[in-house]
Design a protein around this ligand. Structure first.
Ligand code: NAD
Length: 260
């Protein structure tokens, strides 16, 4: 379905971003990976997901907190593939602390990586998408783009912000073939959330399994994690012709979290 298209997924060496990159590769899209850490494993995982499809996979290590590195990554993708057809803004970090104790540098980093990076990639990807009259921008927000949780001021502010950016981008391109939508996951068991499970286990002196149950029980009625594969399925839907007129939505996959 996506043969000949190129998808750039920020923060895709791990977790949700990697899951979405694999799902898009399975549909035949070329992939530009980004993120920190080891790259051979994620590149191999994307190739494996593509199966027999002859896709190209590239990697760029731009730091999403730096506008000049983001510009270099977008130029690299354009030079390599002509343009980015599918942009998935996924890179994100978390820090938990009450507002009065929230470290200023953590606030700045979360706003830069979880929100401003999407502005930069979007502004740089849009002209070529508009010219082609086809494009898909998918912002990985969070259920925290729709509701708040204590201790997560910067994260919740950034995620509400990216839902706003999603709506404006969708509206500005509403008469074109370029759509912009957000995905709002509840808990997904990635390294980002494992840290929060570990913190709970330490805080209450309980096992990992008990901490997991506690974490889910506080927020997620289904008592189940959403998976990167499920989120990848939603990203594929947003790229399909059936989603041509889906514009500016913030679609939660959260086990009922925001329905409460
Ligand atoms: P993760 O920690 O598994 O992956 C984060 C990715 O972002 C990694 O590839 C990492 O290298 C990359 N990254 C971090 N800082 C970066 C930077 N400065 N520049 C470039 N890349 C950087 O986390 P995840 O859970 O897969 O989260 C992915 C997205 O999903 C985030 O935006 C997160 O807020 C969102 N999300 C996660 C959950 C969850 O429960 N895990 C829920 C809702 C939303």
């Amino acid at each position: 379905m996506l043969t000949g298209k190129t998808a750039l997924v920020t923060g895709s060496t791990s977790g949700i971003g990697l899951g979405i990159a694999q799902a898009l590769a399975a549909q035949g899209a070329n992939i530009v990976l980004n993120g920190f850490g080891e790259t051979e494993g994620p590149i191999a995982a994307v190739r494996q997901a593509a199966g027999q499809r002859a896709i190209q996979v590239e990697y760029h290590g731009a730091d999403m907190s730096k506008a000049d590195e983001i510009a270099a990554m977008m130029a690299f993708a354009a030079e390599r593939f002509g343009r980015v057809d599918i942009l998935v803004n996924n890179a994100g970090i978390q820090h938990v602390a009450p507002v009065q104790d929230f470290p200023v540098e953590k606030w700045d980093a979360i706003l830069a990586i979880n929100l401003s990076s999407a502005f930069h990639t979007t502004r740089l990807a849009l002209p070529a998408m508009q010219q082609a009259n086809w494009g898909r921008i998918i912002n990985v927000a969070s259920v925290h783009g729709l509701v708040g949780s204590a201790q997560k001021s910067a994260y919740v502010a950034a995620k509400h912000g990216i839902v706003g950016l999603t709506k404006v981008t969708a509206l500005e391109n509403a008469t074109t073939g370029v759509t912009c939508n957000a995905i709002c996951p509840g808990w997904v068991l990635t390294p980002l959330v494992q840290k929060q499970v570990d913190a709970k286990a330490a805080e209450h002196s309980i096992s990992n399994a008990e901490a997991t149950k506690l974490l889910l029980g506080e927020k997620e009625p289904s008592m189940q994690f959403t998976t990167p594969e499920e989120l990848g399925g939603l990203a594929v839907f947003f790229c399909s012709p059936a989603a041509n007129n889906v514009r500016g939505v913030a679609w939660n996959m959260d086990g009922g979290w925001a329905a409460q």
